[in-house]
Design a protein around this ligand. Structure first.
Ligand code: KG4
Ligand code: ZN
Length: 355
């Protein structure tokens, strides 16, 4: 556990914030101290629960979160050597996400905060992803460009200051992770397919299938990945029945196309914003080939690129505790509203500092 991850700008008043993440199919709890950094984190993945259905079943997700939260709370308290009474505030993911799943975390977080007589606050899931790289790089400060690539989002955001977000580009259809998952399904891989597809692509030949780099042939920073998935589907049908080598080549061709597209758009966003730092967050940020491509491009282009630790790329409680600590120190909140927002724009958030 890093001791060097104190929240930026935080002075003597240290706060211990419990983070609760339940927006989709991971139950994540963590304790973050604004002075000492991350104290403990624990995660339960529901992948096994949903695998048979080929996707997340919202009602099953909600029920499972309810079972997991209390044991995970005990686990992080034990790991940190703290009591519940040591918690200064409870931060839970209030959106965007699955409404039932969000409600379980919000109800748990609010009830716990009420019992402890502490404030509770709802955190924006994408802000938590976006700030996750700061957990291990506290010296990293805005302004920077953030590429947020997860199962539900593909966004380029200009982070002008903490909480000050300007949307540069968004997906017109499927998110990058969604495209990975759907293409993996085409290739007969288990859910969630992103990491499986990436593993299969390792042995693939990048020259055999050349898929398009959507929307890179015209100006703009938006993404569109659904056509790419269709291209793979058509190529797979043309090659049926698929042997192992062809499956790997298709996976590699797809991965190359996504990685290339993301790299091109990131470079454009850096030019458009004038910023020299790129931050990559969200589940697809765990992709090794994406990391390598962006590192090489950063070297050539003279800009810096940062990622969260691998464990904090996909959904987790640590990023919620961290974003919650920043929000709490910016404005301690104590409303009793059970506010969840399945749809919630990053740009609606209150800035935490001047741009
Ligand atoms: O951020 P995340 O855990 O959840 C959402 O907020 O959506 O992202 C999950 C997404 C899934 O689509 C998953 O397939 C993808 O991230 N993913 C990957 C990799 N690891 C996770 N995609 C490509 N390569 C990976 N190594
Ligand atoms: Zn996420």
């Amino acid at each position: 556990m890093s001791e060097s991850t104190a929240a930026p700008g935080v002075a003597a008043d240290a706060a211990v914030v419990l983070g609760v993440e339940t927006s989709c199919d991971e139950t994540g709890l963590a304790l973050y101290c604004s002075r000492r950094g991350l104290l403990a984190h624990a995660l339960h993945s529901q992948v096994g629960l949903h695998a048979a259905y080929g996707g997340v079943v919202p009602e099953l997700a909600s029920r499972d979160h309810i079972h997991r939260m209390l044991p995970l709370l005990q686990q992080v308290l034990d790991e940190a050597g703290l009591q519940a009474a040591d918690i200064d505030a409870v931060a839970y993911t209030a959106g965007p996400g699955l409404i039932g799943a969000l409600l379980t975390g919000a109800a748990f977080g609010r009830a716990l905060a009420w019992a402890l007589q502490r404030p509770a606050l709802g955190v924006h899931h994408m802000e938590a992803h976006l700030l996750a790289p700061l957990l291990s790089a506290p010296e990293l400060r805005p302004p920077f460009v953030a590429l947020l690539v997860s199962g539900g989002h593909s966004m380029l955001v200009a982070v002008e200051a903490l909480g000050h977000y300007r949307l540069l580009g968004d997906t017109l259809d499927d998110a990058a992770g969604e495209a990975f998952d759907k293409t993996a399904q085409v290739l007969g891989l288990p859910y969630p397919g992103g990491p499986h597809l990436a593993r299969l692509a390792e042995s693939g030949d990048p020259r055999r299938f050349k898929f398009s780099r959507p929307l890179t042939d015209r100006p703009g920073l938006d993404f569109s990945f659904s056509g790419l998935k269709t291209q793979v589907l058509l190529a797979a049908r043309a090659q049926a029945p698929l042997d192992e080598v062809t499956r790997a080549d298709l996976a590699r061709g797809f991965e190359e196309a996504v990685v290339d597209t993301l790299r091109i758009k990131c470079e454009r966003a850096l030019v458009a914003s004038g910023y020299r730092t790129l931050v990559v967050a969200g589940g697809v940020g765990a992709n090794r080939r994406l990391r390598e491509a962006l590192a090489a491009a950063a070297g050539q282009g003279g800009y810096a690129v940062h990622y969260p630790e691998l464990a904090f790329c996909t959904d987790n409680g640590a990023m919620v505790a961290f974003a919650g600590a920043l929000r709490f120190l910016h404005r301690p909140q104590d409303s009793l509203d059970l506010d969840v927002r399945p749809r919630w724009e990053l740009t609606e958030l209150e800035p935490m500092e001047a741009a």
